[in-house]
Structures are given as structure tokens and as C-alpha cells.
Design a protein around this ligand. Structure first.
Ligand code: FAD
Length: 277
């Protein structure tokens, strides 16, 4: 199958977290063998350094990495320096984002939107990097309108992005509708669905409310009903997400990007259900 499968990590905060991440990577590699592992990026200085440290750690082990890089909170010079570091480490793939605006609202904004970051990366690094950007089948929470959001997505592709990874969703129609729109507007780059395994109701709802991903009522109600019955909740979540992935691939999705939250079990379980190995 000519599809791209990838897994996302966040940079660990502690030594124990680093060790756990390496075990997680090995477990994912044994089962999925993803094309690459992406590493998220926080706007603050400390998280930026942790992203770089994690990327360094993984590349030293010959693991293919796609660092996320966001422009909010970074100056052009900081981004230029980071791109140079990544080139030195042999990185060829990036996920370029605006990043979330800190609650205080205060952040360096030399580049205000992700399309400007993509253009800046192309300007400074030519075609060295394959660039993914974010796509929002259920629309970005700050979007003025669906049309405006789609136009902004188009701007990122026009600026030189090679592909996109979506925010997670549980309603396949949102993705299929987004893809119809891409086709009708001649956008031919791969748009890979982001997949969030379901393992914990509280954190999933909290995060979904922030990032604008909808949990359909029938899923929310069932998860609520399981309450503290973790085993049933996870079995239900696995079934829902496996069926979603299966249908996405059946409908022609060009791959899957798993938000692993630095855990291998849930992602590997979905993968095993897909029977792709
Ligand atoms: P943009 O594409 O710039 O869009 C942001 C908003 O601005 C949208 O509402 C858009 O419609 C609007 N917009 C765009 N251009 C314009 C314009 N010219 N004028 C007016 N409005 C405009 N966040 C992190 O902090 N670190 C990460 O590592 C990270 N990884 C992610 C990975 C994926 C796959 C996804 C889907 C999201 C990730 N995020 C991450 C979250 C992301 O940073 C947020 O969703 C952020 O709020 C928007 O980033 P963006 O790149 O989509 O921004």
C-alpha cells in the first residue's frame, strides 16, 4: 500500500519521560514502522529547547524525525537558527505551524500565520525540507468563517507546503467534505488524517473543547456512561477509532498520523485491528 503512516510525540519533561519515550518508539517501530516520528513544539523557550533535545536524541539513533516548528513566539532569527540546527542533524521533514497563542496574548509575531512561516522556510532553505501544515476538517476555532479558513489553508499550500496533517476528528464526513473541497479547488497534496486514540474521557473532552474537535454525541454519551470502567471505555474507544481508520483508508486517505501522546499501546492496538502489517 502506498500510504504514509506517522506517529507524533511531545518532548518529555523528565529523564524518566525520555526513557519512556524511547521504549514507546521501539514498541511503535516493532508494530507500525512509521515513515517518521513528529515532535511537537511549544512556543516558550523551555519547550523549544526540549523539542530540539528530543529531535537530537532521536536523530542520533537514526530515527527519522519531523520536528514541528511554530512561528508564534519566535523571531525570524530564532527560526533561522533552528532550521540550521535541523539541517546539521540531517532533518528533511518539518510540520510548520503558527502555534497556539499564549493566554497572556504576548508573543513575538514577526511571522503571524503559518503560510508566512512556510514561505520563510522556503526562502531560507529552498527545497531542503518537506513541509507539512495543519488542516482543520471541522475548522479552526478562531476561523472567521469556513470559507476564510479554507482560503487560509490554500495559502499555506501556495506558500510551498508539500502536504497536510489534519486536526483529529471522529466524524468521517468532515474529512471527506474537506477532501471534496480540496479536489474542487485543485489542491492535490496529500492531506493525512490525524488520529487521536480514545483512552481517557476527561482529557479527551478537555482537549477537544480547546482545539475545536467535535466528539459526536453518541460517542460522548457512551464514554460518559462508562465513567470509571476504564477497560470498557478503552475497548469502545479502540473499536470506534479502528473503524474510523479503516473507513478512512477505504475512502482513499493517503495515510494516517497518530497522536500517540507518547504511549504505544492504544496506537498499536488500532494498527493491529487494521490488519495492515
Ligand atoms: P494558521 O494556519 O496560521 O491559522 C490559524 C488561524 O488563523 C486560523 O483560524 C486561520 O483561518 C487564521 N488565519 C490564517 N491566515 C490568516 C490571515 N492571513 N488573516 C487572518 N486569519 C488568518 N501547536 C503547537 O503549539 N505546537 C505544535 O507542535 C502543534 N502541532 C500541531 C500539529 C497538527 C497536525 C495540528 C493540526 C495542530 C498542531 N498545533 C500545534 C496546533 C496549532 O498550532 C493551532 O491549531 C494554532 O492555533 C493554529 O496553527 P496553524 O498552523 O493551523 O495556523
Amino acid at each position: 500500500m502506498n500510504a504514509t503512516f506517522s506517529c507524533e510525540f511531545f518532548p518529555p519533561r523528565t529523564e524518566a519521560g525520555v526513557e519512556k519515550l524511547l521504549l514507546t518508539q521501539q514498541a511503535l517501530d516493532t508494530v507500525i514502522q512509521p515513515a517518521y516520528y513528529s515532535v511537537t513544539f511549544g512556543a516558550g523557550g523551555a519547550t523549544r529547547d526540549r523539542t530540539l533535545d528530543t529531535v537530537r536524541l532521536l536523530t542520533e539513533k537514526n530515527i527519522t524525525v519531523a520536528p514541528h516548528i511554530s512561528c508564534i513566539g519566535s523571531s525570524k532569527q530564532q527560526i533561522r537558527d533552528l532550521l540550521d540546527e535541523y539541517k546539521t542533524l540531517g532533518v528533511r521533514h518539518l510540520v510548520a505551524l503558527r502555534g497556539d497563542i499564549p493566554e497572556s496574548g504576548a508573543a513575538t509575531r514577526e511571522l503571524t500565520h503559518a503560510n508566512e512561516l512556510v514561505a520563510f522556510i522556503r526562502e531560507t532553505s529552498g527545497d531542503h525540507f518537506t513541509i507539512e501544515v495543519a488542516a482543520y476538517p471541522e475548522y479552526h476555532p478562531e476561523a472567521a468563517s469556513p470559507q476564510a479558513d479554507f482560503e487560509h489553508f490554500k495559502n499555506k499550500i501556495a506558500a510551498g507546503a508539500n502536504g497536510a496533517i489534519t486536526q483529529y476528528f471522529y466524524n468521517i464526513d468532515a474529512y471527506l467534505c474537506f477532501m471534496d473541497r480540496c479536489h474542487s479547488e485543485n489542491i492535490t497534496v496529500p492531506v493525512i488524517p490525524g488520529i487521536m486514540p480514545i483512552t481517557n474521557f476527561t482529557s479527551l473532552t478537555r482537549f477537544s473543547d480547546i482545539c475545536g474537535a467535535e466528539i459526536p454525541r453518541w460517542i460522548r454519551k457512551q464514554l460518559e456512561a462508562y465513567a470509571d470502567d476504564k477497560e470498557s471505555l478503552q475497548a469502545f474507544g479502540l473499536d470506534v477509532v479502528s473503524k474510523l481508520c479503516h473507513r478512512l483508508l477505504e475512502q482513499g486517505a493517503p495515510g494516517l498520523h497518530f497522536y500517540t501522546l507518547n504511549q504505544a499501546e492504544a496506537t498499536n492496538a488500532v494498527w493491529n485491528n487494521l490488519g495492515l502489517s
